[in-house]
Design a protein around this ligand. Sequence first.
Ligand SMILES: Nc1ncnc2c1ncn2[C@@H]1O[C@H](COP(=O)(O)OP(=O)(O)O)[C@@H](O)[C@H]1O
Ligand SMILES: O=c1ccn([C@@H]2O[C@H](COP(=O)(O)OP(=O)(O)O)[C@@H](O)[C@H]2O)c(=O)[nH]1
Ligand SMILES: [Mg+2]
Length: 251
Amino acid sequence: MWRRVSSLTGLLSHSKPSLLNQAPHRFNLLEAFTAQVLTRAKDGASPTVRTPFVAFVLGGPGSGKGTQCEKIVETYGFTHLSAGDLLRQAISSNYEDSAMIFNTIKEGKIVPSEVTVQLIQRAIESSSNYKFLIDGFPRSEENRVAFEKIIGAEPDVVLFFDVPEEEMVKRVLGRNQGRIDDNIDTVKKRLEVFAALNLPVIKHYSELGKVQKINAVGTTDEIFDRVRTVFAAYEAKFDDFVHIVVQKAII
Ligand SMILES: Nc1ncnc2c1ncn2[C@@H]1O[C@H](COP(=O)(O)OP(=O)(O)O)[C@@H](O)[C@H]1O
Ligand SMILES: O=c1ccn([C@@H]2O[C@H](COP(=O)(O)OP(=O)(O)O)[C@@H](O)[C@H]2O)c(=O)[nH]1
Ligand SMILES: [Mg+2]
């Protein structure tokens, strides 16, 4: 569960006014969510708030993250936020850091956290959904810490698509989407970066019991069947509500 939900509960019940003094971006996100998801039952019962559900989707380049995310969206109604897609859109929309992002992707390196987290944050804030797949992020411990600090949330689950390197290389070189990083030299660098910087993130969340490792070799449908099996244990949480206690002011 997102920490910011419990923060939100505190905020609405006026029990933790100091929250207002915390990171302004976190408060902005709370405010955005409150406006969108706070509902009052018709019978006058206490208001409820949707509990946001976040899945990080990790795996090496070409492990099938994007492919499986499309299927998860169709079946479970998640909003898919691919960090790589957000960065590529930023390049093509002449975002202020376009050149830096372009060169970093071309080199197979990782874009500074503040840039990527800001793009993810904006995408979350502009969505009316409360179920998010964050694909290809966090790619490093620095990314992870920045996300948790700025967004004020941890993921509910981390899907890790596990594929041998040779298979990942084959898939990336066959992807044919005209990407600047889908060539053998950059793929080798991306695999090194994945092992050095992304695996520690997976290790961190494994220690918290949040990682679901999925054998991602096989047909797309076979792999999606494995995803379904994993999601069966989480489905009840996808549409969680939290009841908010709003205290009456004492005059
Ligand atoms: N299970 C699979 N078997 C073979 N090829 C796959 C499989 N899943 C995806 N692909 C293909 O491999 C390439 C990389 O998949 P993609 O979903 O873009 O991976 P990622 O987002 O992890 O880089 C794409 O061309 C995709 O069509
Ligand atoms: O959080 C992220 C996600 C992606 N990238 C960059 O974008 C590239 C492509 O990422 P994407 O997730 O699209 O690649 P995939 O793993 O899906 O092939 C990566 O190699 C990185 O250079 C990044 O810097 N930070
Ligand atoms: Mg992808």
